[in-house]
Design a protein around this ligand. Structure first.
Ligand SMILES: [Mg+2]
Ligand SMILES: [Zn+2]
Length: 199
């Protein structure tokens, strides 16, 4: 059994689109600073890295399944080019209503990944920037990290502190999240660069 780190997509791997908007074009898919380095560190530490993302833009007809999967393939290839391996990407294409079994906060995407990749969920982590990510992680039996944006700290910190679901760790950047997970897990790493590079 392996241990995994599950990653939400928008707001964790790539720049979050404005509220109510969706990333429907590759030109708008901007990978956040520190993500490639952080994923590579997870790879080296032996974590399976899985992306789990709600994409109801599919149900809304804003993007086709093929277009979404192409975007995820480009994301995976771009990160792999920087030595960061994503082991799997799962998405929920459904609307909020009617309720499906895969949309976070339901844990189905994490459970499916766990069965496909032989993941021990209780030894795994979920990193997300919203309540539903944390709830999905908790529902799957994982430990959780909530990312809050440093630049929008007041609003997000309020949202994080006012949220109903308590994350095990609150971090202000992807690399901080990884560093804190490694601390908890007792993973020794030689170095974190102080200036994460964007790709
Ligand atoms: Mg998000
Ligand atoms: Zn679904």
């Amino acid at each position: 059994m392996s241990k995994a780190v599950f990653l939400d997509r928008d707001g964790v791997i790539n720049q979050k689109p404005p509220e109510g908007d969706y990333v429907t074009r590759w030109e708008d898919f901007h990978i956040l600073p520190g993500v490639a380095e952080g994923v590579a560190l997870l790879n080296r530490a032996g974590f399976t890295v899985i992306v789990v993302t709600n994409q109801r833009c599919i149900a809304k007809g804003l993007l086709t399944v093929v277009e979404l999967e192409n975007m995820h393939q480009r994301m995976t290839e771009l990160l792999a080019g920087s030595g960061a391996i994503i082991d799997g990407t799962f998405y929920c294409p459904h609307e909020i209503e009617p309720v499906c079994e895969c949309r976070k906060p339901a844990p189905a995407m994490l459970l499916k990944a766990a069965s496909l990749h032989g993941i021990d969920l209780s030894a795994s982590w979920m990193i997300g920037d919203s309540d539903i990510d944390i709830q999905a992680g908790v529902n799957a039996g994982c430990k959780t990290v909530r990312l809050i944006e440093g630049v929008e700290a007041p609003d997000n910190a309020k949202r994080a502190s006012g949220s109903t679901t308590h994350a095990d760790i609150i971090a202000r950047s992807f690399l901080e999240a990884i560093r804190r997970i490694f601390e908890r897990e007792g993973v020794a790493i030689d170095s974190f660069s102080s200036t994460p590079t964007a790709i």
